[in-house]
Write a protein that binds this ligand. Structure first.
Ligand code: TYD
Length: 208
């Protein structure tokens, strides 16, 4: 059977990924693709428990512990959800994947990217998304959107400079992998962002 494709969504908190997720699923289903929607950290029973720990404001952990738990959840996610779905021919759309570790733990927390690359190699070998949509917004706009959420989690409560570093790391990653990571200007009006997403998806649906 023809394997499905693996699409990941990335962006700082408040970039508008969740809104676009529903749109992406709609476009893929209209094109006749079977879809599996999932998220990181999480997506499996063990992963969701790790997520609860990672997002809990009461969890005080070393940045390397945080990185290790992110990759631990990812290992489980690949094994239980992502790889089986792809081999069944389904399209997997994941709300975040390893670029988030490079952006948040690498950029935000300042961890050595070499160490993250070792974890990435260990956890996923050569598995990479076929397409990553990076929703780019100025940090101030992302923070404005997040401040509408009443109960900010451990990451959302970080300050402006943290998110500036996260954003810079995402942009850096997009520059390193221009074939895979597409930057979408998510500060544009909703319909313009949706149109940009649709245009990119048409290409992958047509040409693979
Ligand atoms: P998020 O997609 O923002 O969840 P929600 O929309 O429900 O708030 O993801 C949770 C947080 O986890 C987000 O702030 C980024 C962080 N994160 C990392 O720091 N590293 C990672 O590798 C991943 C996958 C997420």
């Amino acid at each position: 059977m023809k394997p499905g494709k693996f699409i990941t969504l990335e962006g700082i908190d408040g970039a508008g990924k969740s809104t676009q997720l529903a749109w992406i699923v709609q476009l893929l289903q209209q094109a006749g693709c079977a879809t599996v929607v999932t998220r990181e950290p999480g997506g499996t029973p063990v992963g969701e428990q790790l997520r609860a720990l990672l997002l809990d404001k009461a969890s005080n952990m070393h940045p390397e512990t945080e990185a290790l738990l992110m990759f631990a959840a990812r290992r489980e996610h690949l094994d239980k959800v992502i790889l089986p779905a792809l081999s069944r021919g389904q399209w997997v759309i994941s709300d975040r994947f390893s670029d988030a570790s490079f952006a948040y733990q690498g950029g935000g927390r300042g961890l050595d990217t070499q160490k993250l690359a070792i974890l990435e190699q260990w956890t996923q070998g050569s598995v990479q998304p076929n397409l990553t949509l990076y929703f780019d917004v100025p940090v101030e706009l992302g923070q404005q959107r997040v401040s509408l959420i009443k109960n900010a989690d451990r990451f959302e409560q970080e300050q402006n400079d943290f998110f500036q570093r996260v954003r810079a790391a995402y942009l850096d990653r997009a520059q390193q992998f221009p074939q895979r990571i597409k930057i979408i200007d998510s500060s544009l009006p909703l319909n313009a962002v949706k149109a940009a997403v649709a245009q990119i998806l048409q290409k992958i649906l047509k040409h693979g």
